[in-house]
Design a protein around this ligand. Structure first.
Ligand code: 5GP
Length: 113
């Protein structure tokens, strides 16, 4: 279960973001500290899942919907190719415990992680 996080506040509209995509269950907005020419966060609106392992176990269709939204954004904002990163756990660099995908695209170095 995700605790009260900054992304929960974004979903609730308490912190304004530029919405780049929105479905009934998913929103996407630019990362505040971009690490690539295109760096978009794709998140579910539900605060139920802290990380991708919880989401995959609890609602795989919602995870698939996040991937679909990421693909659409990569088509719109880059050439359609993209990297999708889920940091899972503090030791892997996760700082916000509301599951989110980092969509990186546009001029990525070939072969780099
Ligand atoms: P994590 O490190 O948990 O995988 O990723 C959290 C991401 O959220 C970071 O890349 C960070 O830059 C981004 N972030 C943190 N706070 C905000 C915010 O208030 N607005 C936006 N747009 N991004 C944020």
């Amino acid at each position: 279960m995700a605790a009260d996080t900054i992304f929960g506040k974004i979903v609730a509209g308490e912190i304004p973001v530029e919405k780049l995509a929105e479905t009934e269950r998913v929103i996407a907005f630019p990362d505040i500290a971009p690490q690539a020419p295109v760096h978009i966060l794709v998140i579910p609106k539900t605060t139920e899942y802290a990380d991708v392992t919880e989401l995959a176990a609890g609602d795989p269709a919602l995870l698939a919907e996040m991937v679909e939204v990421a693909k659409r954004l990569a088509d719109e904002h880059a050439d359609g190719d993209f990297r999708l990163i889920f940091n899972n756990g503090a030791g892997a660099g996760q700082t916000v415990f509301h599951v989110h995908a980092h969509l990186l695209a546009g001029g990525l170095k070939e072969g780099s992680l």
